[in-house]
Ligand binder design. Structure first.
Ligand SMILES: NC(=O)c1ccc[n+]([C@@H]2O[C@H](COP(=O)([O-])OP(=O)(O)OC[C@H]3O[C@@H](n4cnc5c(N)ncnc54)[C@H](O)[C@@H]3O)[C@@H](O)[C@H]2O)c1
Ligand SMILES: CCCCCCO
Ligand SMILES: [Zn+2]
Ligand SMILES: [Zn+2]
Length: 342
């Protein structure tokens, strides 16, 4: 039995256990991947804490922004071969047969399996992927830099598409952390004008660095929504909320122009009030958006390959995972942390 180093969630209240575990064996449609880098998504922190109603079952290995090289394949695999560069993703697999899979909405598949949640993920030196769903990583790009695209990138790209905005429209990015700072870049690349809101000045500086025209610090504003309405000449046409605090959600709705759409992506385990009268009177749309399909993933990676997206990231060792989670919980991570799995 060969072993690998991995960070394991053994309980929702303890630190992750960085230890040696067995290297898995690929099933018929699976590939075994030597992980080179893995991004750390706030979802991994939610997972490790059991934040959500549908909880993972410890022990498990989190991580769904893993990038690496195929080292073994199952006997039914045709889409990838040994030596290919692939990633894992939240959408680890889907059924391919339900009404959602049949209509381009595999991300809504009720039979989907999720990487780093129901299936061990990329916080280890090896991981399994479903060869029919794993993202393909083109040659010639940095594995460390592409890792954040595998969740943060595809999620904000899809979430921006779901704001129903067009080039020249104002888009608010609420929360400019791992997802949000990449959202600013996709929005700019998609021709939108970007407003950004966060509660941390260094995050807002990062938003401006990546192209945000106006920024608002919600922790220093009496009414962030009104301020954004003023700064954008009547409100934003679309909003993408990636914030990890419920207060950001009604603020984003309040920042919308008449007829505007807010795409909810952030997942603080909370709810928020939605004013019925103004939602109806102003014809507002409030919708949830979950990661992206394989097609969205390929498109999001293509934006990156063409140099339109430049994730801000810090490379750290797997051994730092508990410190990384503590810093993330405290809002002290600018951009993305990418762990070196060598
Ligand atoms: N829907 C999806 O498909 C999907 C995909 C990936 C991540 N997520 C979720 O998105 C959220 C963000 O993930 P991340 O990795 O970017 O997290 P992150 O910790 O890197 O960033 C969160 C950001 O929210 C900001 N924030 C906190 N309170 C705020 C407030 N009141 N107003 C505005 N901003 C505020 C923080 O300062 C930080 O910049 C998490 O809840 C994660 O689970 C959802
Ligand atoms: C419901 C959880 C969605 C998490 C997406 C990947 O971060
Ligand atoms: Zn994620
Ligand atoms: Zn399905």
């Amino acid at each position: 039995m060969s072993t690998m180093k991995a960070a394991v969630v053994r309980s929702f209240t303890d630190d992750l256990d960085v230890t040696e575990i067995e290297v898995p064996t690929p099933g018929p449609y699976e590939a075994l991947v030597r992980v080179e880098y893995s991004g750390v998504c706030h979802t991994d922190l939610h997972a490790a804490h059991g934040d959500w109603p549908v909880k993972p079952t410890p022990p498990f290995v989190p991580g769904h922004e893993g990038a690496g090289t195929v080292v073994a394949i199952g006997d039914r695999v045709t889409r990838v071969a040994e030596g290919d560069r692939v990633g894992n993703a939240w959408l680890w697999s889907a059924c391919g047969e339900c009404e959602y899979c049949e209509t381009g909405w595999e991300t809504l598949c009720p039979n989907q399996r999720n990487g780093g949640y129901a299936v061990d993920g990329s916080f280890g030196q090896y991981m399994l992927v479903d060869s029919r769903y794993c993202p393909i990583i083109p040659d010639g790009v940095s594995m460390a830099a592409v890792a954040p695209i595998l969740c943060a990138g595809v999620t904000v790209y899809k979430g921006l598409k779901r704001t129903d905005t067009k080039p020249g429209d104002w888009v608010l990015v609420s929360g400019v952390g791992g997802l949000g700072h990449i959202a600013v870049q996709y929005a700019i690349a998609m021709g939108r004008r970007v407003a950004a809101v966060d509660v941390d000045e260094s995050k807002l500086a990062l938003a401006r660095k990546h192209g945000a025209e106006v920024t608002v610090n919600a922790s220093m504003s009496d009414d962030p929504a009104a301020e954004l309405q003023g700064l954008t000449g009547g409100g934003v046409h679309g909003a993408l909320v990636t914030a990890v605090n419920g207060h950001a959600f009604p603020q984003a709705v309040g920042a919308l122009r008449r007829g505007g759409t807010v795409s909810l992506v952030g997942l603080p385990p909370e709810s928020f009030p939605l004013d019925i009268f103004t939602t109806v009177l102003f014809g507002l749309t409030v919708r949830g958006s979950i990661v992206g399909t394989r097609k969205d993933m390929a498109e999001a990676i293509d934006f990156f390959v063409r140099g339109k997206i430049d994730p801000t990231y810090t490379v750290r060792p797997l051994d730092d995972i508990n410190a990384i989670f503590a810093e993330m919980q405290a809002g002290r991570i600018d951009g993305r942390v990418v762990m070196d799995m060598s």
